[in-house]
Write a protein that binds this ligand. Structure first.
Ligand code: NAP
Ligand code: ZN
Length: 348
């Protein structure tokens, strides 16, 4: 069936109305009527082909929440009317070692990314959530806990899992000092989630105007990174740092605030290469690591955690027609703290 969508026709072209074809549900498929889709900075990197290898036309969007409208006869976890979510992946091989370990994002066959990729047949292009409906294999559809606002829950499907997973992998817990670098979509989820795990959280930001918000989100410290003296005053204080910055920045400066043996995890993916001094790691046995979203089971665990703690993203709801403006505002760090597209605007 043909459904309305918004697509970039070429790298950097403004997004414009487009039609995508969705397959009829197969026996193990779930069809969602999309209610909300978050705007992730990765949508912008890819729509502008900043990471290379992008394919067009591209319908971005991997923070999807919708209502189940159809299920194949083999589907057991969902029924019509359920609220469900889809994140960055819609399929994987299911047989390789990473898939068996629940890290489908590292599928050796390459996962079927929700957009800017192909289905596992490697020929059918995938198209994301800037559309009114999507059909996805049941095993890649997530349950949205009751009580979570759908517009605010949508960003959990990428910003939520991307920040939850490293906090869990590195065992962040009560009593630890955690720094979150960059207060955007990922950063604000990082603050909320680290707080919910009991950590003491400090925000590292380039935006003085965000200090009050950082406090409201749960941070007890705020460091304006443009001020070298402010950064220097934090030297050696942190157990763990989550770097969510989307643009080129000096990681050495942030590594200096780790205590000996501390870890900094990159989740932000600036297109430029890092300039790293070995001294930044050697002096203090420090670790610099990375983390890519999270597997399907872990994404469900994150959603259940958010359901239990009442955590959703702080969103500004926009109609699909405002997407290009929202991209520009995201690039100016002018979003509090995630745009969530109301797909009702495309259904009229
Ligand atoms: P976002 O909402 O635009 O937030 C990024 C924040 O970084 C900004 O709000 C700003 O915070 C800070 N920042 C921007 N430019 C900066 C600069 N030049 N120097 C220092 N700080 C700067 O983006 P997002 O959606 O959270 O995504 C962040 C990054 O994570 C993107 O690169 C995205 O592609 C990536 N990502 C990775 C994964 C993964 O699996 N690893 C998943 C999703 C997204 P302040 O105003 O507080 O400084
Ligand atoms: Zn994302």
């Amino acid at each position: 069936m043909n459904v309305p969508a918004y697509a970039a026709r070429s790298a950097g072209a403004p997004l414009a109305p487009f039609t995508v074809e969705r397959r009829d549900p197969r026996p193990d498929d779930v069809q969602l009527d999309i209610l909300f889709c978050g705007i992730c900075h990765s949508d912008i990197h890819q729509a502008r082909d900043e990471w290379g290898g992008a394919t067009f036309p591209m319908v971005p969007g991997h923070e999807i929440v919708g209502r189940v409208t159809r299920v194949g006869p083999g589907v057991t976890k969902f029924k019509v009317g359920d609220l469900a979510g889809v994140g960055c992946m819609v399929d994987s091989c299911g047989r390789c070692d990473p898939c068996r370990r629940g890290t489908e994002q590292f599928c050796t066959q390459t996962a079927a990314w929700t957009y800017n990729g192909t289905e596992m047949d490697r020929t059918t292009p995938t198209h994301g959530g800037y559309s009114t409906s999507i059909v996805v294999r049941e095993s890649f559809v997530l349950r949205i806990p009751a009580g979570l606002d759908p517009a605010g829950a949508a960003p959990l499907l990428c910003a939520g899992i991307t920040t939850y997973s490293p906090l869990r992998q590195w065992g962040v817990k009560a009593g630890q000092r955690v720094g979150v670098v960059g207060l955007g979509g990922l950063g604000h989820m990082g603050v909320k989630l680290a707080r919910s795990m009991g950590a003491e959280v400090t925000m590292f930001s380039t935006s003085p105007s965000k200090e009050k918000d950082a406090e409201r989100l749960g941070a007890t410290g705020f460091v304006l990174t443009a001020d070298p003296a402010a950064l220097k005053a934090q030297a050696g204080k942190f157990d763990f740092l989550l770097d969510t910055v989307s643009a080129e920045h000096d990681v050495n400066a942030y590594l200096s605030v780790l205590r000996p043996g501390g870890t900094m995890v990159m989740v932000g993916v600036p297109p430029e290469r890092l300039k790293l001094s070995a001294f930044s790691l050697v002096a203090g046995n420090k670790r610099l690591a990375g983390s890519l979203i999270g597997g399907i089971a872990e994404t469900q665990e994150m959603l259940d955690h958010c359901g239990k703690h009442g955590i959703v993203a702080d969103v500004e709801i926009i109609p699909m027609q405002k997407v290009n403006e929202a991209y520009e505002r995201t690039l100016k760090s002018d979003v509090k703290y995630r745009f969530s597209i109301d797909l009702a605007s495309l259904k009229k």
